[in-house]
Design a binder for this molecule. Structure first.
Ligand SMILES: Cc1cc2nc3c(=O)[nH]c(=O)nc-3n(C[C@H](O)[C@H](O)[C@H](O)COP(=O)(O)OP(=O)(O)OC[C@H]3O[C@@H](n4cnc5c(N)ncnc54)[C@H](O)[C@@H]3O)c2cc1C
Ligand code: FES
Length: 258
């Protein structure tokens, strides 16, 4: 297995800007001297000040985030405000210090010979697909709950959109768009909520279409030490943070529902 081991140091960057992309927040920060990430890799982030000490002392641990864009010395992330960590990061002010640990994990691999990439994203799961598409162009099928979230579709090219409520693009699930493309010689690259990834896993394995799934297990350390992120595969348990987050659909028994 192509395992990426952790760089055991964290770097201090600086928040440069936080802005809105539809219903999401985009965080831009400096990453002086940081190595270049590969699409599908992620970072553990924590602000240098006022991290922890909120309700129940949370957020205590750093949180895992895929990167949206990278240029030397600079990183962009896209956040969905779902809890204390994302809330605090989304409220960061320019000039605040931010601890970055990464890039971590094993990213996406090139498609098998004769197959073209087909990207399938759900909600905040589109994030790792954006740098993948920049490296490996291919059409993107993106599903969101509504038009406010679907505004993030503008971060990618060659997009076919759908929404749960029909307020933008096709009214329905992104897996319906995928079903119509599975006769093509494609390799699927998917990230999204567990139910979506499980549907993609089932559809692709039944049809013999290769698929690489970027999983989002809860993570405490991000570098293989805590075993908090394990998922079962046909070959036993693996740690999503070091053996993934990108795993072959055909290796998984099922995508765990967190
Ligand atoms: C590899 C990887 C990449 C990721 N990339 C991104 C990304 O690019 N952007 C992004 O926004 N997120 C991303 N995530 C997800 C993000 O790391 C988590 O959502 C993180 O937990 C958010 O931290 P938080 O403190 O805001 O929320 P948390 O408090 O950790 O809560 C996260 C979710 O769990 C629920 N929850 C919290 N506590 C409980 C409880 N006691 N019982 C039941 N449910 C609970 C919350 O309602 C929320 O939906 C990624 C995760 C991984 C592993
Ligand atoms: S998050 Fe600690 S082992 Fe994966």
């Amino acid at each position: 297995m192509n395992r990426t081991l952790a760089p055991f140091d964290r770097r201090r960057g600086e928040v440069e800007q936080v802005d809105r992309v539809g219903a999401y927040l985009r965080l831009l920060c400096s990453d002086p001297g940081g190595p270049a990430p590969r699409p599908g890799q992620f970072y553990m982030l924590a602000l240098a000040a006022e991290w922890g000490g909120g309700a129940d002392e949370r957020p205590y641990l750093p949180r895992a985030f895929s990167y949206l864009r990278h240029e030397p010395g600079r990183l962009e992330f896209l956040l969905e405000d779902v809890g204390p960590g994302t809330h605090r990061l989304g409220a960061a002010r320019p000039g605040e210090g931010i601890w970055l640990l990464g890039p971590l994990g094993a990213g996406f691999a090139a498609p098998r010979e004769g197959r073209a990439p087909l990207l399938v994203g759900g909600g905040i799961g589109i994030v790792p697909l954006a740098p993948l598409q920049a490296d490996m162009p291919g059409p993107a099928l993106l599903g969101f709950r509504d038009a406010a979230h679907a505004a993030a579709g503008e971060l990618m090219a060659d997009v076919t959109l759908c929404t749960d409520d029909g307020s933008a693009g096709h009214h329905g699930l992104v897996t319906e768009l995928l079903a119509a493309r599975l006769d093509e010689p494609v390799e699927v690259y998917a990230c999204g909520p567990p139910a979506m990834l499980e549907a993609v896993r089932l559809m692709t394995t039944q049809r013999g279409v290769p698929a690489q799934l970027a999983l989002e297990s809860g993570m405490a350390c991000g570098f293989g030490a805590c075993f908090g992120c394990v998922v079962p595969t046909r070959d036993g348990y693996v740690r999503v943070c070091v053996d993934g987050p990108v795993l072959e659909a055909s290796d998984l028994e099922a995508v765990p529902a967190h």
